[in-house]
Design a protein around this ligand. Structure first.
Ligand code: SIN
Length: 304
């Protein structure tokens, strides 16, 4: 079950999707057992931006058929507070030594988002200096902040930004792609050619929901941010198609995600070329889902 990913030795191929599992809050809720049996083989942080962000106004969630539309808008404490306050707590929880060495520990992947090449360069440089961070995931795909999506949807612009920032870190760089683009394979290829060590996909599909009061005229969007991103089982088939398309185009590892609820769904993504599988929306229902899927995957592999 162990898997090598960008030089990291992982216990199994199941990680969390950024922003769907707050490890620090989970430790408060579940206690020290969480550290002893962490459900994911690597931990991906919530997206961190240079400056603190409040996120979008409420309401931020809409339950759709077979899924969830979120318009969270990347609320976070900003880079400085993340590095000062969250990183030491995460290092302790994940079992990382002061020098970042992680024998038997859970490697930390920090997810960052910047609105410009300059911002991204600063974020990468700051993460590069911290040994606790094993790899960096660059979010160019959040549908809830305009600039994030624009960069990731255009292969030419994506390559230009990546080339400008790639030299700021020697850590593995994973580029999180958007499904909201005409040709996700072209975006993946552009990322690879501009120096990405891996790509991850899919982030949420841009979606909207109207106010439940059907009588109001004009009908208003329900979400405070206007539109949001759809995740969960409703997008699983789209994720499978896009992961397959990307894996066929690139030589770098692919992290597949989108509506994974069980090992069969994870195996589907692996079978079309994913090296790792990330679980997102399902962790809201079952925070231990990563360990369950890893265990079920092992049974599938033994039976093959
Ligand atoms: C959000 O905070 O809006 C969700 C994160 C994302 O879609 O990247």
């Amino acid at each position: 079950m162990s898997v090598e990913f960008c030089g990291l030795a992982l216990r199994h191929p199941v990680i969390n999707g950024s922003g769907t599992f707050d490890a620090i809050a989970a430790r408060r809720a579940f206690g020290e057992d969480l550290a002893a049996s962490f459900p994911f083989s690597a931990y991906v942080s919530k997206t961190i931006t240079l400056q603190p962000r409040d996120g979008n106004p409420p309401p931020r969630l809409w339950e759709a058929s077979g899924g969830l539309i979120n318009s969270i808008g990347l609320p976070n404490k900003g880079l400085e507070v993340y590095l000062r306050e969250d990183l030491p707590q995460l290092a302790d929880l994940l079992g990382l030594a002061a020098d970042g060495a992680a024998p038997g520990a859970v490697p930390l992947i920090t997810n960052v988002m910047g609105a410009s090449a300059e911002q991204i360069a600063e974020l990468l440089g700051a993460c590069d200096a911290r040994p606790e961070i094993a790899a960096i995931e660059l979010n160019v795909s959040c549908p809830n902040v305009k600039t994030g999506l624009d960069i990731g949807a255009d292969p030419r612009q994506l390559a230009e930004v990546l080339r400008a920032v790639r030299g700021r870190t020697s850590k593995p760089l994973i580029v999180k792609l958007t499904p909201n683009t005409a040709d996700v394979g072209a975006c993946a290829l552009a990322a690879q050619e501009a120096g990405a060590d891996a790509v991850s996909l899919i982030n949420t599909l841009r979606a909207t929901a109207l106010s439940p009061d059907g009588r109001s005229r004009p009908r208003r969007p329900w979400l405070g941010g206007g539109t949001g991103g759809l995740s969960g089982p409703a997008i699983r088939a789209v994720a499978l198609a896009q992961v397959e398309a990307v894996a066929a185009r690139v030589a770098i590892p692919v992290v597949g995600m989108g509506g994974v609820q069980n090992a069969r769904h994870a195996q589907d993504l692996i079978d079309v070329g994913a090296t790792l599988v990330a679980v997102g929306t399902e962790t809201f229902r079952d925070p231990g889902v990563g360990a369950r899927i890893a265990h079920e995957l092992q049974e599938i592999m033994v039976g093959r």
